[in-house]
Design a protein around this ligand. Structure first.
Ligand SMILES: Nc1ncnc2c1ncn2[C@@H]1O[C@H](COP(=O)(O)OP(=O)(O)OP(=O)(O)O)[C@@H](O)[C@H]1O
Ligand SMILES: Cc1ncsc1CCO
Ligand SMILES: [Mg+2]
Length: 298
């Protein structure tokens, strides 16, 4: 069931609580609609993504009903940005060509008003990565998805509240807690006007006005590379058919539900990935919307 009412009285000692029945129902309906629309419409969400997890990203996008296309070259990236309902940009393994591809495509997407999803993987580890991520600030991704350390570091790079240049980014893995990234996530969402999804044991999704904490998943997800990358790819599929907050929460809830289901069947991290794709493939919009989340105003 999707209801997780906090113990505190509404709107009082919980701070600014948005736990009204109407607000929650609206969000659940939008999440369910995103899940259903992806299967009905089959939106294409092209990706510029890393070479480690590219296959996982494409298979996850297909499992939720979308269509995938992975590109590297500037003219091809422009073409898929124009043709797709949304685009996914993940800077996990940069190549020299990305110095041309990434600025060109983010500028085009912004000019077209087309949603795009950013995963600022391993932010801070090199000059090109820093230059590309810094340059994205005016082009406002509809969804920023990252682990806690990446979200804190991106807010730091963009000079926003809650950010820090010295967050716990250690390669591609997080060392900060999701809660520690809350202020950075809220500031990033207010800057872009879109949504931010912070992954971890309990995920946080915010549009700068409310924050949803989505429960579920499995510790095994951190033992398979690309659960975060493919979550970003799936968020792009949903962003092609839904508003950023609903799309980000739908992707996050889908991952938490499918992750829990896969962990019940897997013997280890290898078969976990297989069962996880099966579980994603079988999810309905209503099941995604019913995955438990808490809601608060921020
Ligand atoms: N301990 C955990 N318990 C439950 N779910 C988890 C746990 N750790 C990660 N997850 C889930 O795994 C998914 C990926 O999150 P994670 O924070 O590991 O991303 P990431 O570090 O960017 O991964 P990658 O870079 O390998 O793609 C999310 O759906 C998240 O909810
Ligand atoms: C392991 C790894 N290295 C660069 S990208 C990537 C995938 C997880 O982010
Ligand atoms: Mg990652």
């Amino acid at each position: 069931m999707g209801f997780c009412f906090p113990d505190a009285p509404k709107g009082e000692s919980m701070g600014k609580t948005a736990e009204t029945v109407a607000e929650r129902q609206k969000i659940e309906q939008a999440v369910a609609a995103a899940g259903e629309a992806a299967r009905r419409v089959g939106p294409m969400a092209g990706s510029i993504t890393n070479t480690v997890t590219v296959n996982f990203v494409a298979n996850a996008q297909l499992a939720v009903g979308g269509s995938a296309a992975m590109v590297y070259l500037p003219d091809e990236a422009e073409a898929i940005a124009r043709a797709g309902g949304a685009t996914y940009i993940n800077v996990g393994t940069l190549l020299p060509v990305y110095a041309q591809t990434v600025p060109a495509v983010t500028k085009t997407l912004n000019a077209l008003g087309r949603p795009w999803v950013l995963d600022p993987v391993a932010i801070g580890i090199g000059a090109l990565r820093t230059e590309l991520l810094a340059g994205m600030k005016p082009y406002k991704p509809a969804i920023i998805r990252g682990n806690a350390s990446e979200i804190i570091a991106l807010a730091g790079l963009w000079g926003l509240d809650g950010g820090a240049a010295d967050s716990g980014v250690r390669g591609v893995d997080a060392t900060d807690s999701v809660q520690a990234a809350k202020d950075a996530a809220v500031a990033l969402a207010r800057h872009t006007g879109g949504a931010v999804a912070v992954s971890g044991k309990t995920d946080l999704v915010t549009d700068g006005r409310v924050a949803a904490r989505s429960h579920g998943g499995s510790p095994m997800m951190a033992r398979v590379t690309g659960c975060g990358c493919s979550l970003g790819g799936v968020a792009a599929v949903y962003a092609a058919v839904a508003e950023p907050f609903a799309a980000a929460l739908a992707a996050t809830a889908a991952y938490n539900l499918a992750g829990r289901q896969a962990a019940e069947k897997a013997a280890g991290s290898g078969s976990f990935q297989m069962h996880f794709i099966d579980a994603l493939y079988r999810l309905t919009g209503n099941a995604i919307a019913a995955n438990p989340f808490d809601l608060e105003e921020v």
